[in-house]
Ligand binder design. Structure first.
Ligand code: FES
Length: 565
């Protein structure tokens, strides 16, 4: 069998040759009980599964894989499931971000090394989606994404709970004694009620939505709740489509073009997506040789209305978003801002995919004419604290703090912050700007989600709900608040964040896109002259490779040798 372009199937290189090696591979395939009719001369579709019991968000993906297999078989293909490393967001220490590039390498090399004519990528939890997209982009074998979908909405008594977003708010009440031990235990039992990824527009929902916006999924695939039978139906359909893509020879680099990446950024802004999407999209683009930078995000943010009323920026949860019509409705609303002619794995253009979408609940998905915010969720800041850029999610921040000037209170690292944040004598007021150092890609290391510095207990007790916080860390997509993130270059490399001292004035001006340390340049220079970088935290293994090759946040934190030059 050959592709529609007349090329031999890639898998034939492995078992379609008149040599001993092909004999061995066919014989060894028979050892799994497959007859030759089953696998010979058929497109082989790999099912790249990030299932793991250490990753609750992806714990149902074996079932999803079975549905994909049905579809592949029905379309005349031969499905073979294979595992890769999985990145369970809440379990991996120090952070899953340390391992995103490792997973991307695992995915890429498995696709390249095995006899696959196409691959179905099963993902869900935060880093599993960008890792698979990065790996698939580099391998460039026909691919389609099937996200696992969000979990059911959390439920506590008569109240719906969004993972992370409501969890953190309730934890602040627990810390200050306004939620009892017994209530806290009930919340633990009800906030996470099924497999699937987090229930708000956190990083997982953002990245699976962006996989759809990139054109890498079937239409409507991203937001179906994990336990909904339609999740399995679309998995089956995706398996069928994977066979067609393999025969058509349509590769990820033909789908994830510059236009598709710009579509993904535009959708990210319209859904109030996670700030992590900036890092991941730059990394994906880097794998494809597409030059993408922070200014592209800010330019698109300025012209894109925010319309998806989903936590943490809005009020509703991912289940509500899906029932309201989900991502296709958002994309239809902002279609004039998208490249409607971008091709997708459906075989149709983006415009054709979404133009018949219907909104069933306008309070969940607003029109572009009456958005929740005139601009997109994430904006890019520059200034002497971040000459290479920083980001803030303005839609999840307090409007009154978007223009703010105040004295810094500095934590030299995460451990110091954790040790001090609940101190009754922490010298902070509602005007203080909390600054945390050494939490970036190399400094932490691994670029953890530590940027959402908890509100100091002393301020919570005064009823202060938010304050300006700045770091070179990331933040969970489920988090909220006036939090400046990804300051680059990071403090561990001698970025100006490294020399902020208690009492220095800091100015945040979101409208002006500025984050400034109001200290004379000569003084900053003088302080930097005595800056000495800390010793590397790893001297062997993967950690050492990470430290030697990871790029800064504004370059996507991929390894320098994995970017396409
Ligand atoms: Fe996996 Fe939130 S912990 S998506």
């Amino acid at each position: 069998m050959s592709t529609k372009n007349g090329k031999k199937l890639r898998s034939q290189e492995w078992w379609g040759q008149p040599n001993y090696e092909s004999f061995t591979r066919r014989a060894w395939m028979r050892s799994e009980g497959f007859s030759s009719d089953f696998f010979e001369n058929k497109p082989v579709i790999g099912i790249c599964n990030s299932w793991s019991e250490f990753n609750n968000c992806n714990a149902h993906l074996r079932t999803v894989a079975e549905a994909v297999k049905r579809g592949v078989l029905a379309a005349g293909g031969f499905p073979l499931e294979f595992p890769t490393i999985s990145l369970g967001e809440v379990y991996m220490k120090p952070t899953t971000m340390l391992y995103r590039n490792l997973m991307a390498m695992d995915v890429e090399e498995c696709i390249r090394a095995y006899p696959m004519d196409g691959v179905v990528l099963l993902c869900g939890c935060d880093k599993t989606t960008p890792a698979q997209l990065m790996g698939a982009a580099s391998a460039d074998v026909p691919a389609i994404v099937v996200p696992g979908g969000p979990m059911l909405s959390g439920q506590w008594r008569d109240r719906k709970l969004g993972s992370g977003t409501d969890g953190r708010k309730l934890f602040d009440l627990f810390r200050t004694g306004r939620v009892s031990e017994e209530e806290w235990c009930e919340i633990e039992c009800g906030i996470s009620r099924s497999a699937g990824h987090c229930t708000v527009m956190g990083t997982a929902s953002t990245m699976t939505s962006l996989a759809e916006a990139l054109g890498m999924t079937l239409t409507g695939s991203a937001n179906i709740p994990a336990p909904d039978s339609r999740r399995l139906t679309i998995a089956e359909m995706s398996g069928r489509r994977a066979v067609e893509l393999a025969l058509e020879g349509v590769t990820p680099s033909q789908i994830m073009t510059r236009k598709a990446i710009e579509n993904a950024i535009t959708v990210d802004m319209a859904i109030g997506g996670s700030t992590n999407a900036v890092v991941h999209l730059i990394a994906i683009a880097g794998r494809l040789g597409i030059d993408l930078n922070l200014d592209d995000f800010d330019a698109i943010s300025r012209r894109t209305p925010y319309v998806a009323n989903v936590k943490p920026s809005g009020e509703f949860l991912m289940e509500d978003f899906y029932y309201a019509g989900g991502l296709p409705v958002v994309m239809k609303e902002i279609l004039p801002l998208l490249h409607g002619d971008a091709m997708t794995v459906t075989g149709r253009s983006m415009r054709e995919n979404v133009e018949s979408a219907v909104c069933h609940r306008r309070e969940v998905i607003r029109t572009a004419a009456e958005p929740l915010h005139a601009e997109g969720g994430t904006v890019v800041l520059y200034g002497n604290l971040a000459p290479d850029g920083a980001v803030i999610k303005q839609t999840a921040a307090s409007p009154a703090l978007l223009q703010h000037r105040g004295p810094a209170y500095v934590f030299e690292n995460y451990e110091q912050m954790r040790a001090q944040i609940d101190s009754a004598d922490l010298p902070v007021t509602k005007d203080t700007v909390l600054v945390m150092k050494n939490c970036g890609p190399k400094g932490a290391p691994g670029f953890p989600e530590w940027g959402h510095i908890p509100m100091p207990k002393v301020l919570l007790e005064q009823g202060v709900p938010d304050m300006v916080r700045i770091s070179d860390a990331r933040m969970s997509g489920t988090s909220f608040g006036t939090v400046v993130l990804h300051a680059a270059p990071e403090s561990a490399l001698g970025g100006a964040l490294a020399v902020v001292q208690n009492g220095d004035e800091v100015q945040l001006d979101v409208a002006g896109r500025q984050i400034e340390l109001l200290v004379p340049a000569e003084e900053i220079h003088r302080r930097l002259e005595s800056f000495t970088p800390a010793a590397p935290k790893y001297d062997r293994g993967y950690g050492r490779m990470f430290l030697e090759h990871v790029t800064q946040a504004n370059l996507g934190c991929d390894f320098d040798f994995l970017r396409k030059v």
